[in-house]
Design a protein around this ligand. Sequence first.
Ligand code: 2M8
Length: 442
Amino acid sequence: MNFNHSAIESLRERSIVTLKKNWREGFTVPSANLYPFQWLWDSGFVSMGWSLIDKYKARLELETLFGAQWENGMIPHIIFHNDSPEKQYFPDAKFHGSEASDLSPKHVKTTGMTQPPVLGFVLEFLFENEIDKQKYLDFYRSAVKSVFRFHQYLYQNRDPKNEGLVYIRHNWESGTDNCAVWDSVWARYSAPTYDFVRKDTLHVDQSQRPTKKDYNYYMNLIELSRNCGYDEQKMYEILPFLIQDPLFNSILAKSNQCLSRLSNALDLPELSVQFDEWYAKTAHGINTKLFDDVLGQYTYFDLKNNVQISEPTAMGFAPLFAGIASEERANKMAELILSKHFLGENLDGYLCPSLGYSSSAFDPVRYWRGPIWPHINWLLAIGFKQYGFLEIAEKLRNDIIELSVKKGFYEYFSPIKSEEFKIGYGGEDFSWTAAILLLIME
Ligand code: 2M8
């Protein structure tokens, strides 16, 4: 599909309208009805989008996020800025019960978990796009220090074997909620059946969301964590879900690398040294522990059960984004993404399905089990481009533009090109879809 100047212009306009519509007082909701609060990694991507059209809002978005940082340095995954939309979303602030920990903020409720640490590369992007850098040095110095505390929290509390790989302790921390990789974790135990009313399925058809059974596991992990008072050591000892995730760790590595450069630019050399050390350590951990030679990409490690879990996923390409894969591994991954595992039997699909077609759990419309996600395409495009795979990068970028033009600003899209899947899926007028379009049309 060719995109002429006026098509690109109208897409840009629509992106701006979408971001403005989803702006609240000091932050952006991912989607007005489905997700009415502030989410960590959504805010990161959205802030980069804002920085191209309204730099004040870009900074404020992050400032609001830092305002909810826990005393131990953790930046929480959801910040429940107000009570009323709780009727729209479950599990609500009460169920998460952040007040169970003395370390949580007193002025606002949050969840007791985090999300992929995107803020490092986000801050560097914002800083590079500032017109008057001198004017905002204080903001950036303070922001870098906040993210430094966040990464320090991750390395001190989530890397028990000192491998440079931090673990996630809830599937929502991955950002890829119902990823098929967790199925093997759930298969090892049964979660209690909770009596609750889901709100997500009021807004989006059940067939595009995680199952009710899955939700019991999600709730159970929250309940167990809350009962530990969100004490990291206690959670480490009892939680059945401790995963070293290639996307989370690659994002952490990339952020460290960006923050090292940014700290130097801000005259904070001692922080830069630490960010460099963390980058090297995590790159080493990812390369020594997470690559699966048979699959031809990076994969997951279940720390609780001491076993590697291999599924073909979009997330398994993420180490390219952080520049930590060797040329040889990058070649293998380029071969894999262009194979029937990711393009489908006729090699004619859109890239990049969150789960490969060859997985038995593949489902083109069910959330993180097959659909394409705009922000994942954005980071994979950067990754493949860095290694010289320009055509793959172009396709990742163009497919998102084509899907948004044809189907709208949806949360996710089916990778299969056919009449059967002619609509977009999940939430509509989605903030990071708008932000990513602004970034890739730059
Ligand atoms: C989705 O996750 C939330 C829970 O965090 C949900 O389904 O209720 C995920 O796609 C996550 O990555 C994203 O940050 C969030 C808001 O867009 O929605």
